[in-house]
Design a protein around this ligand. Structure first.
Ligand SMILES: C[S@@+](CC[C@H](N)C(=O)[O-])C[C@H]1O[C@@H](n2cnc3c(N)ncnc32)[C@H](O)[C@@H]1O
Length: 406
């Protein structure tokens, strides 16, 4: 009887692909340990490292008659031999690698079923979305050639036809990654939810009909726009296929239609002026700056008159103090993200202006995380009546954007 129910469920086109993943008790324990380790590193060890900088490293620099470090690079040079920094770095690299390793066995056990279900969803589209990937698509070397974030094989590794493995590993691994962090509880679409609520307060008349998410991965920071703007069409592109296939299966089962396709953001197949809103999250810091400039020009082409950009990213050096700049740049040196520091040394609103957006329409801003900030405070911070919380661990996001003339 139980077997019969299980078989029916396996062929049910509304079954959520996530439910196929059944980690063992040992795997769950391991995942909890990794989440706790990440919190220990990013909260406790990070605080110890900062204290060591303030009480040991900075005074020693001042004693040698140096001025207060003027930028992130000077702080880094001074911290390289600091023990608190070394312990923080060693633990953080290991925790990062353990994150993905902690979910891989469980995904591997059910990979054939996941692949079959994703194929079925792609053929049936019960919610009305779609997914287009192409095994001949040329994934740029800056993605395919490096294990970004230590994700094994990077986001684009394809283990076989219609593969979803890395999509699943990223979906479950990200829960381990941020599972114990303050402000980052199990809310995969937190950035999109935050940006959508920001847009509704800042531009109450703005009612986008189509949104495009660049580097969408599984679409987790695209789907929330369906609830924020009922009737909106949600499009997501990514150069990596496995996340698109996995995310499409996830959201179809939840009744959320997304139109996902494997495309390079610098040259897409959408017509001129097709979108009212273009968004992204955790995207540009992984892209070489020369390509970012081309992507923002393509954004300009894709926006309808009066359309808006709202990209979430890491804050640039010009918006943070030298110590926090050094702290953020850690990923650029140790997390396999070679374009990170170059991206962070740019001025995002200037990048938008250089791409053709009127200078006056270009902006950047810190906004609080929607789900962990009381709504009245959220609104006050957006309106400038209250200062934003410090950036870090998901308490506050940095976004930049621009508007195409109407
Ligand atoms: C860190 S992930 C972010 C995923 C997702 N936006 C999120 O909120 O978690 C960056 C994504 O950008 C994709 N990507 C990198 N360069 C791209 C490009 N030029 N065009 C489209 N996608 C790209 C990568 O394959 C990866 O899936």
């Amino acid at each position: 009887m139980v077997e019969a129910i299980a078989r029916k469920s396996d062929t049910d086109a509304t079954r959520n692909i996530d439910e196929l993943y059944e980690p063992t008790v040992d795997e769950i324990s391991r995942q909890r340990f990794v989440s706790a380790l990440r919190k220990h590193v990013l909260v406790d060890k990070a605080a110890e490292m900062q204290e060591s900088f303030e009480t040991v490293v900075k005074p020693a620099m001042l004693e040698r008659n140096q001025e207060f470090p003027k930028d992130a690079v000077e702080v880094r040079n001074a911290m390289l031999t600091n023990n608190a920094f070394r312990v923080f770095s060693a633990l953080r690299v290991n925790a990062q690698q353990m994150t993905w390793a902690s979910v891989m066995d469980g995904v591997e056990r059910v990979l054939p079923q996941m692949t079959d279900l994703a194929r079925e969803m792609a053929a049936r589209n019960p919610a009305g979305g779609s997914v287009k990937t192409d095994s001949r698509f040329h994934v740029p070397e800056y993605v395919a050639g490096i294990d970004q974030h230590h994700v094994p094989g990077s986001f684009s590794a394809e283990l076989g036809p219609d593969d979803v493995a890395i999509g699943a590993i990223c979906a479950f691994g990200t829960k381990v990654f941020s599972g114990a962090l303050p402000h980052r509880k199990d809310n995969p679409g937190a950035v999109a939810e935050t940006v959508a609520n920001f847009l509704k307060i800042q531009y109450p008349q703005f009612k986008p009909r189509r949104v495009l998410d660049l580097g969408t991965g599984t679409g987790k920071n695209l789907a929330p726009y369906l609830d924020a703007y009922p009737g909106i069409e949600c499009y997501g592109i990514d150069v990596a296929g496995p996340g698109l296939r996995y995310g499409h299966a996830q959201f179809e089962a939840r009744g959320k239609p997304l139109f996902l396709s494997q495309q390079h953001a610098r040259k897409t197949d959408f017509p001129d002026g097709f979108f009212d809103l273009i968004v992204s999250s955790f995207f540009f810091h992984e892209v070489p700056v020369s390509i970012t400039k081309q992507i923002l020009k393509e954004n300009y082409r894709l926006l309808a008159p009066g359309g808006r950009l709202a990209h979430m990213e890491l804050p640039p050096n010009c918006e943070v103090d030298p110590y926090y700049g050094f702290y953020l740049d850690w990923d650029g040196y140790y997390n396999h993200e070679p374009d990170y520091t170059d991206y962070r040394s740019q001025v995002p609103k200037q990048l938008c202006a250089d791409a053709g957006f009127p200078v006056k329409s270009c902006w950047h801003k810190f906004i609080p995380n929607w789900s962990t900030c009381p709504p009245d405070q959220f609104e006050k911070i957006i309106k400038g009546d209250m200062p934003a919380l410090a950036h870090g661990n998901g308490a506050t996001w940095f976004i930049f954007g621009a508007e195409k003339p109407a």
